[in-house]
Design a protein around this ligand. Structure first.
Ligand code: ADP
Length: 376
């Protein structure tokens, strides 16, 4: 555990960047420092690896004051990733990643072997190994930055706005990749961002900071969304707080209905299975169970089910894996007001109404105020 104990940083010009900050950063999880520009996030991160020395207070790692160990030993136990990756432009990708192992005295072959393994881990094709950083996209360069930080397998990873300079689509990919990587590696990650959505998505714990280096709230993301400590945190969280919180509730318990689901064969000449016809709409699937669209029951005449006459089935959610937010979104997008639930292979397992989801939301609020994060 990294323990920040009443730490203050006053720069020589008198700026108080961090003011009596105390935080306990748990092992093997992602702790995000978030807040507006200039609130002291980077200063806090850099005090952990002693690129900045605190004016007052102490930082302990597993109970040991970081001032009491040689700075090189400390930094070797911490990978550091920054915006724009900070790669060595005159070194190939493989040698960028092998930098720290080489500094630690590994042979060239062993260091490059490790670097190749890491390229694979972070999703970089081995054909990029001999390229130079300028020959890679921004997103690829960020992956190299992460691989380089992980090269010596440090227990701690410090990440300072690592994904801020790439476009939203690439950024989402990098975030998903970091979550996947973290499941495998279980590092203690301290992640700085000014983007609250990124904080909520990635953080096991989120520290919201405000200008002047004060801690406004330190809580798991679902708790931030349900119980912001004050109006500053509430404003910072922004709109749709309630809807966004639904990402933390699983769709697993939803009562799915299968009666309004009918399967037709490829030529739509045969209705293979028919549900009850008293529903206002039925969902038509192919014989594999993949959704085709919605129809009124009375329009379901064998031989006349033209796909272009079916209403769009919107965006299905994966039952049990996606969240209540994804399920609710499915009902909002659906012209019938019903969402389609599918399995991992995209086959329909049932349909669900807004009303049923509304009831599930009420139950979720009552039962699980601190629900675990789920996908979607
Ligand atoms: P953030 O990462 O949240 O944007 P920083 O930690 O970079 O915030 O900065 C916090 C405050 O400290 C800001 O007011 C910034 O201008 C100031 N600051 C940062 N570095 C220095 C420095 N080397 N000298 C003086 N002031 C600094």
């Amino acid at each position: 555990m990294i323990r920040i104990d009443s730490v203050t940083k006053r720069y020589p010009d008198g700026t108080v960047a961090v003011d009596r900050l105390s935080l306990e950063i748990p092992d093997r999880s992602i702790t995000v420092l978030v807040g507006p520009s200039g609130c002291g996030k980077t200063t806090t991160l850099r005090m952990i690896n002693r690129m900045v020395e605190p004016s007052e207070g102490t930082i302990l790692i597993d109970g040991v004051d970081i001032q009491k160990q040689p700075v090189n030993t400390l930094r070797r136990s911490m990978g550091y990733v920054i915006q724009n990756a900070g790669l060595f432009q005159h070194r190939t990708i493989i040698d960028n990643i092998a930098t720290v192992p080489r500094l630690l005295g590994w042979s060239k072959d062993k260091a490059r072997g490790r670097a190749a393994e890491l390229m694979d881990r972070v999703g970089l094709d081995s054909s990029l190994a001999r390229r130079y950083p300028y020959q890679l996209s921004g997103g690829q360069q960020q992956r190299v930055g992460v691989a380089r930080a992980l090269a010596a397998d440090p227990p701690v990873l410090l990440m300072d706005e690592p994904f801020s300079a790439v476009d939203p689509v690439v950024r989402k990919g990098l975030q998903d990749e970091l979550l996947r990587l973290q499941e495998e590696l279980g590092k203690t990650i301290v992640f700085v961002t000014h983007d609250i959505d990124e904080a909520v998505k990635l953080g096991t714990m989120v520290a919201v900071m405000r200008t002047g280096g004060h801690l406004a709230q330190f809580a798991p993301p679902s708790e931030l969304l349900s119980d912001p400590a004050d109006s500053f945190v509430e404003d910072f969280l922004g709109a749709d707080r309630g809807i966004r919180r639904l990402s933390f509730f699983s769709s697993a318990g939803l009562q799915l209905q299968t009666a309004p689901v009918v399967a037709v064969d490829a030529s739509a000449e045969r209705i293979a299975a028919r549900g009850t016809a008293d529903a206002p709409y039925v969902l038509v699937t192919d014989l594999d169970g993949r959704p085709l669209g919605w129809s009124r029951p009375q329009d379901l005449t064998p031989g006349e089910i033209a796909p272009e006459r079916l209403l769009s089935y919107g965006r299905p959610f994966v039952a049990g894996r996606d969240s209540l937010r994804a399920a609710l979104d499915g009902t909002v997008l659906s012209p019938t007001g019903w969402a389609v639930a599918v399995d991992d292979a995209g086959r329909v397992v049932g349909v669900v109404s807004q009303q049923v989801i509304g009831e599930a939301i009420r139950e979720a609020h009552a039962e699980a105020p601190r629900a675990a994060k789920v996908a979607g």
